[in-house]
Design a protein around this ligand. Sequence first.
Ligand SMILES: Nc1ncnc2c1ncn2[C@@H]1O[C@H](COP(=O)(O)OP(=O)(O)O)[C@@H](O)[C@H]1O
Ligand SMILES: [Mg+2]
Length: 362
Amino acid sequence: MSEIELKNLTIDFGGFKAVDDVSLTVKNGEFVVYLGPSGCGKTTTLRCIAGLVKATSGEVLFDGKRVNDLTASERNIAMVFQFVSLYPHLKIRENIVFPLKARGVPRAEIARKLDWVTEVFKLGDDLDRYPAALPPGARQKVALARAVIRDPAVLLLDEPLSAIDEQFREEMRWELGHLQRQLGVTTIYVTHDQREAMSLADRIVLMNNSRIVQVSEPDRIFFDPVDVFAGQFIGSPSMNLIDLVPVDGGLRLGDSGVTLTAAQHDLPAWALGSRRPLKLGVRPLNVHLVDDAAQGVPLEIDDVFSVGRERFFSFRIGEAVHQGVDKRASRTGAATRVRFDPSGLLFFDAATGRRVTGEIAA
Ligand SMILES: Nc1ncnc2c1ncn2[C@@H]1O[C@H](COP(=O)(O)OP(=O)(O)O)[C@@H](O)[C@H]1O
Ligand SMILES: [Mg+2]
């Protein structure tokens, strides 16, 4: 096990910074998930920690020791990628012990370790099969077993489940989280799938455009996003984002004729008094229908659809389509009143996209 520290890490590919001044500490035994859209620099960061890509500037430390100049094999890391390659002509047991044999580990120790990973990964039935006989999920499990059998200080996983069928992926995800806690190995897991990140991570490192946007526990990042990007990247269906234009007596919703006023909405005074345009972030689960004419704002239901047991409705403000959830939503084209839960309102500076929780200095 190891603590990993990145200090002002920058990785430049011919003038393009794939990783731009990233600092982060991953604690001993922690499960950290790197999350972000495709191309934001996740894999490059991971490969740098592994020793496969050189840092242009900044430092990578394992347990406080600088490893920038160590090769991948000197770092005691194990890495598993999206597409694993097992040796097709070797049985599963031979595939798993391959790294130990290659290092000349004594036979008795190899046997002991094989027993251990077989038990942990429940691979007993598969040991004497060949890779081609196993479904992709099981092969990925073998790759993980092969990765951890030599007690790596750090486990690096780059979208290891994304090539696996949806149904099996859920199960693997659960198992992987369980295994990591059992092994206690410091783990960095890369994904672009926010649900995967939410269910696995001790902490999520949210990345965008080569930089870290936010580092938080999954719940915190959901309820307390630092900016519009974080608010919209996490959560499904995505957070609604509605322009709020300061007008006399309240905040107008986009280019609609509808104004949120103090009397009807439990809005913070600083937001109502804001002279700068804001954006309102509100998740569909915090948008409902109300009958009471004194509550909510008059809008028109655009469409209605069900996802599982939830009934969603969409409504338009100007050109933008937003969503809410309410069991009673049924007719489209119907005039209705929509209420935004005061507890679910997030405000952002329209100019910068940063979250605002109080008056913005002019
Ligand atoms: N060896 C390389 N040379 C030049 N550009 C690269 C190299 N590796 C990655 N990139 C670029 O760096 C950016 C980040 O890539 P990557 O780390 O793979 O993103 P992610 O894993 O988040 O999808 C991308 O724009 C990619 O094209
Ligand atoms: Mg990648």
